[in-house]
Design a protein around this ligand. Structure first.
Ligand SMILES: C[C@H](N)CC(=O)SCCNC(=O)CCNC(=O)[C@H](O)C(C)(C)COP(=O)(O)OP(=O)(O)OC[C@H]1O[C@@H](n2cnc3c(N)ncnc32)[C@H](O)[C@@H]1OP(=O)(O)O
Length: 132
């Protein structure tokens, strides 16, 4: 049963600075696909830890763009295993902004946010090779 598997609940966290070279829209916003790239990377570490393989992303059942991600942000990206199938693993994702630029205070001014801003959440499925 999936819920009894000790891999359920495993959380992997990546931190990433968003370079200004990734600004894509007005207001230094990055494109939504940038978050999916981050989710793919953190899911890859999940697969390495659960199954000793990088795995393949099969599908997203949900993606919510809740707040903008901007160039200059420091992001915390988490992936939590919610289900372990035979070869599939269900994962919940969250990308939150933990630091942000303060251009009103100076070109390079920035601050640690008291409360992280949840930018993107998603639910997806990765598939790993059959156990040997
Ligand atoms: C995490 C990665 N390292 C980062 C990436 O982003 S990889 C790049 C993007 N992904 C790809 O390029 C993958 C392309 N897709 C594939 O290669 C295949 O479709 C697949 C490997 C994902 C699945 O193919 P296959 O091995 O033939 O699947 P099945 O034998 O039919 O099923 C195996 C289990 O996977 C579940 N499953 C299959 N397709 C999906 C899907 N679209 N959505 C959700 N789940 C899927 C299927 O239910 C089986 O589950 P169980 O083994 O019963 O648990």
């Amino acid at each position: 049963m999936s819920e009894l598997d000790p891999r359920v609940g495993l959380t992997v966290t990546h931190r990433r600075y968003v370079p200004y070279s990734h600004a894509h829209y007005a207001g230094n916003l990055v494109d939504g696909a940038y978050a999916l790239g981050l989710f793919g990377d953190v899911a890859t570490e999940v697969c390495i830890r659960t199954d000793g393989d990088e795995g393949l992303f099969a599908s997203y059942s949900d993606v919510q763009f809740r707040n903008a991600m901007k160039a200059g942000d420091v992001l915390e990206v988490t992936a939590t295993v919610t289900r372990v199938g035979t070869r599939s693993r269900g994962i919940d994702f969250e990308a939150r902004v933990v630091c942000r630029g303060r251009p009103d205070r100076g070109e390079s001014a920035a601050e640690v946010l008291d409360t992280p801003i949840v930018a993107v959440t998603a639910t997806g499925t990765v598939v790993v090779p059959a156990a040997a």
